[in-house]
Write a protein that binds this ligand. Sequence first.
Ligand code: NAP
Length: 253
Amino acid sequence: MFDYKAPDNSLANRTIVVTGAGAGIGRAAAKNYAALGATVVLLGRTEEKLESIYDEIIDQGSPTPAIYPFDLSRAKEEDYTEMATILEAEFGKLDGLLHNASLLGERTPLSQYEARTWRHVMHVNVNAGFIMTQALLPLLEASEDASIIFTSSSVGTQGKAYWGAYSVSKFATEGMAQIFAAELENISNIRVNTINPGPTRTNMRAKAYPGEDPAINLAPEEIMPVYQYLMGPDSKGVTGQRFDAQALGGPQG
Ligand code: NAP
């Protein structure tokens, strides 16, 4: 497990967007960032889930979050421009962006993979992250210390049979993060890294491995140290890197 404990209030006065904040890893990250003092923008497609995490964040005494219902499958480019305008009016800057929402798609051989599903998975997992990052860059540039985190997977560096568009989308995510990191290094205060969460007890994991006992995997709350590290000031200057949430290791500087 990545060995890091964030100092209390280390995300105070920071505004952080978390995509897919209603469930699984995104939900844990949103709650975690709020507990460290951040104002979290809860972005997701199911409003009731966002409302329930909103309530939990208020109950834990953290800064009031914002709910941003947004369907990455359906959103048009102008919706991302509108998002940037609204966030700028509300917060003036953005200090963090966690790209967490993803679709699993089908677990089937490429020879039988449906083109429609392929396009959908690539759109949500890759295109949406690109368009959102591009739209929000001016707001991230307005921060003194901004962090973008993309979410990868072990099949984002090693192709595995039957992982189809999901695996290819994660390879693309790794590449996109490296390019953003290289282009933003030295000309901005924005760092860009990827996290591979590793096997984690969520709906997506259960769908990918229906026969598996969920208890053998860590809960999302248990893999949060690397999410804290990369979002907070202790990772300033760390960019273009790939982190495994469940591998042994610790901060680098
Ligand atoms: P999850 O439980 O399925 O949660 C995914 C989240 O993304 C949900 O909140 C979901 O919203 C949201 N989402 C999906 N499609 C969306 C769309 N079109 N628009 C907006 N939001 C959308 O998955 P997870 O396991 O927490 O996965 C989080 C990230 O970790 C993903 O990038 C995944 O690829 C990666 N990952 C997970 C594991 C693992 O073992 N769990 C391993 C490696 C990588 P709804 O709840 O409304 O559907």
